[in-house]
Design a protein around this ligand. Structure first.
Ligand code: SF4
Length: 67
């Protein structure tokens, strides 16, 4: 499956991804964006977050399904 990841070293904490796709991107109390562990990700919304991220620091990563 594919899973979105955030490169926190480039994140400028604009919270745009969290507003576009709050089920996936959550800003923690510690002040960084955490990607939630989900069985499936809403691809269109994640793609929208990727496109609007001003730092271009959200990526899809391929993960092998546990077997
Ligand atoms: S949209 Fe990009 S820069 Fe903004 S909080 Fe999300 S990951 Fe960080």
């Amino acid at each position: 499956m594919r899973r979105p990841v955030v490169d926190l070293s480039d994140c400028v904490d604009c919270e745009g991804c969290a507003s576009v796709c709050p089920d996936v991107f959550v800003r923690t109390e510690a002040g960084y964006i955490d990607v939630q562990d989900l069985d499936a990700y809403p691809e269109a919304l994640v793609d929208e977050a990727i496109m609007m991220c001003p730092s271009h620091c959200i990526f899809w990563e391929d993960h092998e399904d546990p077997s």
